[in-house]
Design a protein around this ligand. Structure first.
Ligand code: PEP
Ligand code: MN
Length: 338
């Protein structure tokens, strides 16, 4: 951190700044120039309250050097993180991963049919919500534990790893018993107690960006999972709220290279919530792989017209198969596998 003093700052104001730096057990190095003085802070500047320093008399501005997130930051870990969902499915390696399946688990017949067809289309993991975060309390809320059991049955038959959402800290243990990966949704992205609870259980976490969260806030909140002891976090972009109304959300694909620059964690794109329309999903899948996404999470339903949730944005298994073929060509073009 560099603390830049105002041109007319007095020596006693500089001394006060230095005192605060030392109180935080950091080293200081004052550089007195012809026009102004700057104080370089040596050590982990995150121990210092930037806002408090900025308020001190004689301080012009504070320039941080380190990211406010520690464990998720690129500088904290030179190698990229790979997250293993099961024996066959690793996210963050050379191979791009397809997580496919319905928005919600609706019935045994529906999830088994979806799982078989997603597997046949080439998917590597199965998604499906048993606990659904619905905007309206009267809408279908998911099958709960029964849905988790059905997902386990689908895994048993197809061998696909299960990705499913957890809504509350109290349900983390239960979902963790059944799932191979816990999804934390956009509406819970700043539910810090939930993030902490997900950090204390052993399964990987697919963590979605809040729909109005900056990348900085996203990576800071992600620290709750990492700091609680779980290093297996997959970052997921699912679209944000903007003025745009031709899609349900605005799918910000430039976060892929940006997150890869800021963090060592793998990045997955959800073009289903990201667009809201099935007809836009294949193109956004292709774009996501082209810009370096480590995986996709896509809503696929055997009968989208009769889906209980998110039918309009769910593609068919046939569309998934066709998309997968195009994706493997795009992956090859950027020296990746799929
Ligand atoms: C979902 O994946 O079905 C879902 C509810 O996602 P999001 O949290 O991104 O809205
Ligand atoms: Mn959905």
């Amino acid at each position: 951190m560099i603390i830049v003093m105002e041109p007319d700052a007095t020596q006693s104001q500089v001394d006060e700044v230095i005192e605060k730096v030392r109180e935080a057990e950091l080293k200081d190095h004052a550089l007195v120039g012809t026009d102004l003085t700057v104080v370089a802070v040596i050590g982990d500047e995150r121990k210092l309250n930037m806002g408090m320093i900025e308020q001190l008399a004689g301080v012009d501005r504070v320039v941080p050097i380190l990211a406010p997130y520690k464990m998720s930051a690129r500088e904290s870990k030179p190698d990229r993180t790979t997250v293993r969902l099961d024996d066959d499915c690793v996210i963050g390696g050379n191979a791009v991963v397809m997580i496919a399946g319905p928005c919600s688990v609706e019935s045994e017949e529906q999830i088994m049919d979806a799982a078989r067809k997603c597997k046949a289309a080439g998917a590597h993991a199965l998604r499906g919500g048993a606990f659904k975060p619905r905007t309206n309390p009267y809408s279908f809320q998911g099958l709960g534990e029964q849905g988790l059991k059905l997902l386990a049955q689908a895994r048993e038959e197809t061998g696909l790893a299960i990705v499913t959402e957890v809504l509350t800290p109290a349900e983390v243990e239960l979902v963790s018993e059944y799932a191979d990966c816990l999804q934390i949704g956009t509406r819970n992205a700043q539910n810090f107690k939930l993030l902490e609870a997900a950090g204390k259980q052993p399964k990987p976490v697919l963590y979605k960006r809040g729909m109005s969260m900056t990348l900085d806030e996203f990576l800071q909140a992600c620290e709750y999972v990492l700091a609680a002891g779980n290093p297996n976090v997959i970052l997921c972009e699912r679209g944000i709220r903007t003025f745009e109304d031709h899609t349900r959300n605005t799918l910000s694909l430039s976060v892929v290279p940006e997150l890869h620059e800021r963090s060592h964690l793998p990045v997955v794109i959800d073009p289903s919530q990201g667009t809201g329309y099935a007809r836009l999903v294949p193109a956004m899948c292709r774009a996501a792989v082209a810009c370096g996404a480590d995986g996709l999470i896509v809503e696929v339903h055997p009968d989208p017209e009769h889906a209980m949730t998110d039918g309009a944005q769910s593609i068919t298994p046939d569309a998934l198969k066709e998309t997968m073929q195009a994706l493997s060509r795009i992956a090859a073009a950027i020296d990746r596998a799929m």
